[in-house]
Design a protein around this ligand. Structure first.
Ligand SMILES: Cc1cc2nc3c(=O)[nH]c(=O)nc-3n(C[C@H](O)[C@H](O)[C@H](O)COP(=O)(O)OP(=O)(O)OC[C@H]3O[C@@H](n4cnc5c(N)ncnc54)[C@H](O)[C@@H]3O)c2cc1C
Length: 405
C-alpha cells in the first residue's frame, strides 16, 4: 500500500525531476530516519543528548559532503537535494538538520568565496565529516542588526588577533572550524564595509583552546541534543591565510549570500517538522474515539486536518521553488525570505493544530507532538526572524516594482 511518503516522492519527481541518484539519496535518508531516528528521538531529546551514533551514521552515508564537489571528496549534489534531505531528517528530529546546517553553510561559503588553497585545505576533511563547521555572526548585543557586531580582528603581521564575544553558536563546541564574522576595520562607514569572515580552527570538543573559551551549553526550550554556545575570544590568533577569499571587507556580502542558503534550510526544516506533525495528527484522529466515533469523523477536526495539509502543501512548493532558484545560482533573497517566512509560520500553526487534535495527550511527553511543539518556535527566529524576513521581502519588492520617474 502506498504511504503518504511514497505519494509525496512521486509528486516531487513530477515537480522537479529528480535524478536516480538524487532519489536514491532521499529514499535512503527517509529509510534511515524511520528505522534509526524515529525510535530514539524522544529519548535523546528529553535527555538533551548529542546523537553521536546517528551522526556517525550520517558521516558514513556521506551526508556531510553531500553538496561538496566530487573533486574534494563530496557527492556534488545541488541545494534541492540538500533541502529534501533536510526535510527528511527534520521529519525525524529537527536537531539533526541543525548539526548539518552550519556545516553546509560553511562549505557553501568556502566553495563560493574561498581561495583554491582554502578549499583544498578544508573541503576534503569537511566532506568526510572529520571536521564539522559552525557559523558565527550573532553576539550578546547583536542578532538581527548584523552590522552592530563588535567582535574584532586586528592584523598583526601574518596573523589576526581576535577579541570579542559571540552568542548562539550552533555546533560551537564540537566544530573544528568556525566561520567567524568580525570587524577587520572598526572605523569603516557604513560598518558592513569593515566586516570580514575568518576561518577559525579549533580543537573539537575542547572548552578552552588558545584564547577561545566556550562556556557550558545554553539551556533551551527545544532544539535539544545539538549544542548552542557562546564563544569568547581573548587575543586568539588566526593566520591571515584564513581570511575567507583573502580580501578584507567582503564578509557582510559573503555571509548574506550564505544566509539565503540557510533560509532555504530553515524552510526545509519547517516542512519536515510540519509533515511529521500532520502525519501524527491524521493518524491519531482515526484511532481516538469521542461520542462513539473516531474524532476524524467530526467536522471540526476535519477542517483542522484540511487546513494543515493545505498549508503543508503550499510550504513544500515554496521551499522547493526557493531551493530551485538558489541552486541555479540566481539571487534569491526574495524567494528565500518568502519561503522562510511562510514555511516557518505555517509550521508553527500546523504543530499547534496537531497538538489540539491530540487533546491532553498532545501535552504529554509520551507523544512526539510536545517535542515538535517546543522545536517549532526556533524556526521563527533562526536565520533571521519573521519580522526581518518581512523587511527583506518588502525591500526587494519595492526594488522590483519601483515606480520610474
Ligand atoms: C537556538 C538558536 C540557535 C542559533 N544559532 C545561531 C548560529 O549558529 N549562528 C549565529 O550567528 N546565530 C545563531 N542564532 C541567533 C539568531 O540568528 C538570532 O537569535 C536571530 O537573528 C535574532 O536575533 P536576536 O536574538 O538578537 O533578536 P533581536 O535582534 O534582539 O530581536 C528581538 C525582536 O525584535 C524584532 N526586531 C528586531 N529588529 C527589528 C526591526 N527592524 N523591525 C521589526 N522588528 C525587529 C525581532 O524580530 C525580534 O522579535 C541562533 C539562535 C537560537 C535561538
Amino acid at each position: 500500500m502506498a504511504t503518504g511518503n511514497d505519494a509525496r516522492a512521486r509528486e516531487d519527481e513530477g515537480l522537479i525531476r529528480l535524478s536516480d541518484d538524487q532519489q536514491a539519496i532521499i529514499s535512503a535518508v527517509r529509510e534511515f530516519v524511520e528505522e534509526e531516528v524515529f525510535p530514539v528521538a524522544e529519548e535523546l531529546e528529553h535527555r538533551d543528548e548529542y546523537p553521536d551514533a546517528i551522526v556517525e551514521h550520517l558521516k558514513e552515508m556521506g551526508l556531510f559532503g553531500l553538496t561538496i564537489p566530487e573533486e574534494f571528496g563530496g557527492a556534488g549534489m545541488d541545494l534541492m537535494t540538500y533541502a529534501l534531505v533536510v526535510t527528511e531528517l527534520s521529519r525525524g528530529w529537527m536537531s539533526l538538520s541543525g548539526i548539518m546546517n552550519t556545516h553546509f553553510m560553511a562549505a557553501y561559503l568556502l566553495r563560493r568565496h574561498g581561495s583554491e588553497e582554502q578549499q583544498e585545505r578544508f573541503l576534503p576533511r569537511m566532506a568526510t565529516g572529520e571536521i564539522r563547521a559552525a557559523l558565527s555572526m550573532s553576539e550578546p548585543g547583536a542578532g538581527s542588526d548584523v552590522q552592530a557586531i563588535t567582535c574584532r580582528a586586528d592584523r598583526d603581521g601574518d596573523e589576526y588577533v581576535v577579541n570579542g564575544a559571540k552568542m548562539w553558536v550552533t555546533n560551537g563546541l564540537r566544530s573544528g572550524v568556525v566561520v567567524l564574522l568580525c570587524k577587520t576595520d572598526v572605523d569603516a562607514e557604513p560598518p558592513y564595509r569593515g566586516m570580514s569572515l575568518l576561518l577559525v580552527e579549533k580543537e573539537p570538543g575542547a572548552g578552552t583552546f588558545q584564547g577561545i573559551t566556550i562556556p557550558p551549553n545554553i539551556q533551551k526550550m527545544g532544539y535539544k541534543g545539538v549544542e548552542s554556545t557562546e564563544l569568547v575570544f581573548e587575543d586568539h590568533r588566526v593566520p591571515a591565510r584564513n581570511l575567507l577569499g583573502g580580501e578584507e571587507g567582503k564578509g557582510f556580502a559573503q555571509v548574506m549570500d550564505g544566509i539565503e542558503v540557510g533560509r532555504v534550510n530553515v524552510a526545509a526544516r519547517a516542512v519536515g517538522l510540519a509533515t511529521r506533525a500532520f502525519e501524527e495528527a491524521i493518524r491519531y484522529a482515526q484511532i481516538r474515539h469521542t461520542f462513539g466515533v473516531p474524532i476524524a469523523q467530526h467536522q471540526g477536526i476535519q477542517f483542522m486536518l484540511a487546513e494543515m495539509a493545505t498549508k503543508l502543501e503550499a510550504s513544500r512548493l515554496m521551499m522547493m521553488q526557493a531551493a530551485k532558484k538558489k541552486s541555479a545560482g540566481a539571487r534569491s533573497d526574495l524567494e528565500a525570505g518568502m519561503a522562510k517566512l511562510f514555511c516557518t509560520e505555517a509550521c508553527h500553526q500546523i504543530v499547534t493544530d496537531a497538538l489540539r487534535v491530540h487533546g491532553g495527550y498532545g501535552y504529554s511527553a509520551e507523544y512526539p507532538i510536545e517535542r515538535l511543539y517546543r522545536d517549532a518556535p526556533f524556526l521563527l527566529i533562526g536565520e533571521g526572524t519573521s519580522e526581518i524576513q518581512r523587511l527583506v521581502i518588502a525591500r526587494q519588492l519595492l526594488e522590483r516594482y519601483k515606480v520610474q520617474g
